[in-house]
Design a protein around this ligand. Structure first.
Ligand SMILES: NC(=O)c1ccc[n+]([C@@H]2O[C@H](COP(=O)([O-])OP(=O)(O)OC[C@H]3O[C@@H](n4cnc5c(N)ncnc54)[C@H](O)[C@@H]3O)[C@@H](O)[C@H]2O)c1
Length: 509
């Protein structure tokens, strides 16, 4: 195969000039590639060309690109009215409507027009590349080329290899993605590919935490932002994306994997769609919006109460020590006995377990026991949970003391894995299973999810940073408590955690 992706005369056909087509055309033209723009709707391709040139002109005005780059890119963008005029293209990228039959019909037609070695790529985000390719006489030249919106800013592209895609086609698309300035990752043709598959844990587990009445949605968001370091909480994200978009994706991936419990959606989402509470676009989702700004939700008042004495469990020695030091720093009185005195507040530091289970395992008085999440450190927002029997006075005293240095405290109901532990463990577990299935290489899973979803770290690196063994322990404790196969650890995680190696460790050569 003689396709030279780096050639200065490379010509790309771009079919479908909506939001995605425009973005792809922009970065291709900026990379020195000639782009033939075509759209079924009369005038749409011309409009797209003008819009891309206007965007580039704005970038030049801001000094982000040289002024002559605008003229050069404009010369490379050519509108063609008829599909037949795409005959000279060496690569064709389709970004038309997300409909399998329409895409199959287009690819069949394209095959009659372009040369025998022209690569045919689809930007589909949810359809099977294999199925689109099956409509072609030469399915081996068809691959997926999945960009994210907005294309110029989301610097990641998934190259999807269908069952019959030839290796050189994957290689060519990887090289093309890189030439366009993006990180290109290779993935098998599976539902959700890497990014939309890897993102399942964040929102579905957050909805589950909410559905279990563990904490209000805004507290879950605050914990995920401030303690776990996400740019946006899961409910803010759902409001931004729109529940009319998020809920069908949750359903689709769940059913495409034959009701895999790890991806199980929540009835809370379905009901929100039915009620029209879609998010920012309807002015009301989880949050209420005025002028596109979420109405602020006040933090609960910090109680003035303080515990008489504090006994800290040493069951997890380093966390016991960290809480002990914090209590001392906050001016609390430590009960240093091996067993708590009759009036002491008891603090436990579980990993994966809930406060009740931990309290019973350590034979403590449930009316005086609270749990603190130490996995993310104690310097940022702290999560405090109580057992169903913990008295309000004890919870208030713990809250008052732990918030007395100005660090916010979220007080939640009892939950195996608190909030952040369980959501992150689900994210890491799903990424591990993507690796286990051989859908993509571990480093590509990490890069794609971090870039595509804006996570603070790739999910496998996140697991490494928190400790693979800790993630495994959280999932095992949750599976034990809930009896739900949703939390069963992936074999990838189990083996690497037990061996004490990085979750990015592939199979030995
Ligand atoms: N919007 C996103 O966030 C996003 C992200 C990743 C992938 N995608 C995928 O990219 C594709 C396009 O998405 P979009 O948001 O740009 O859609 P869009 O609706 O904004 O644009 C689609 C364009 O394709 C044209 N079109 C429709 N059928 C055609 C045909 N048979 N031949 C030629 N032109 C045709 C339409 O006139 C329209 O201009 C879809 O497959 C979508 O799933 C979208």
């Amino acid at each position: 195969m003689t396709l030279d992706i780096q050639s200065p005369s490379l010509t790309l056909a771009l079919i479908g000039t909506g939001a995605m087509g425009r973005g792809i055309a922009q970065i291709a033209a900026q990379a020195g590639i000639t782009v033939l723009l075509h759209d079924a709707q009369a005038g749409a391709a011309e409009k797209a060309r003008e819009a891309v040139i206007a965007t580039l002109a704005k970038l030049a005005e801001k000094g982000k690109i040289p002024a002559d780059a605008v003229t050069a890119a404009a010369q490379r963008l050519k509108v063609v009215a008829r599909l037949e005029e795409l005959a000279t293209a060496q690569v064709a990228i389709e970004a038309i409507v997300e409909n399998l039959e329409v895409k199959r019909a287009l690819f069949k037609q394209l095959e009659e027009i372009v040369g025998p070695d022209c690569v045919l790529a689809t930007n589909t985000s949810s359809l099977s590349v294999t199925s689109i390719a099956a409509a072609c006489q030469r399915p081996e030249r068809v691959g997926g080329f999945h960009f994210f919106n907005p294309v110029p800013l989301m610097k990641i592209v998934e190259v999807i290899e269908g069952l019959r895609t030839a290796p050189w086609v994957g290689e060519a698309l990887l090289a093309l993605g890189r030439r366009m300035g993006h990180t290109a990752v290779r993935t098998q043709d599976t539902p959700g590919f890497i990014v939309n598959h890897g993102g399942r844990g964040f929102v579905t587990e957050a909805l589950r935490v909410l559905g279990e009445n563990v904490a209000p949605f805004h507290d879950i968001d605050r914990i995920m932002r401030e303690a776990a370091g996400f740019r946006m909480g899961p409910f803010e994200l759902m409001d931004l994306t729109g529940m009319d978009v998020s809920q069908p994706v949750m359903e689709s991936i769940y059913h495409q994997y034959y009701q895999e419990p790890r991806y199980r959606p929540s009835p809370l989402a379905t009901q929100r769609v039915a009620g029209g509470l879609l998010g920012r676009k309807t002015g009301r989702g989880f949050y209420t919006y005025a002028d596109n700004q979420a109405q602020p939700i006040a933090e609960p008042a910090v109680p003035q109460a303080r515990p008489a004495r504090v006994w800290v469990s040493a069951a997890v020695p380093e966390w016991g020590k960290a809480v002990h030091e914090l209590v001392v720093a906050l001016g609390g009185v430590i009960d240093a006995g091996s067993r708590p005195a009759a009036d002491s507040l008891c603090i436990v530091t579980p990993l994966g377990a809930d406060a009740t289970t931990t309290c019973l395992a350590q034979d403590l008085d449930a009316t005086r026991t609270v749990a603190v999440d130490c996995l993310f450190g104690l310097a940022k927002r702290r999560t405090l949970m109580s057992t169903p029997l913990t008295t309000a006075a004890m919870t208030d005293a713990a809250h008052g003391l732990l918030a007395s240095d100005g660090v916010a405290v979220s007080v939640i109901a009892d939950s195996a894995g608190f909030v952040a532990q369980r959501i992150i463990a689900c994210i890491v577990n799903i990424a591990c299973d993507i690796a286990q299935q051989g859908i993509a290489a571990p480093a590509d899973i990490d890069r794609a999810v971090a870039l595509g979803l804006g996570y603070p770290k790739g999910p496998l690196s996140f697991g490494d940073a928190l400790g693979g063994r800790n993630i495994l322990a959280i999932l095992e404790a949750m599976q034990d408590f809930y009896g739900d196969p949703r939390y069963r650890p992936s074999p990838w995680l189990k083996r690497r955690a037990r061996l004490g190696v990085s979750l990015l460790t592939g199979a030995a050569d």
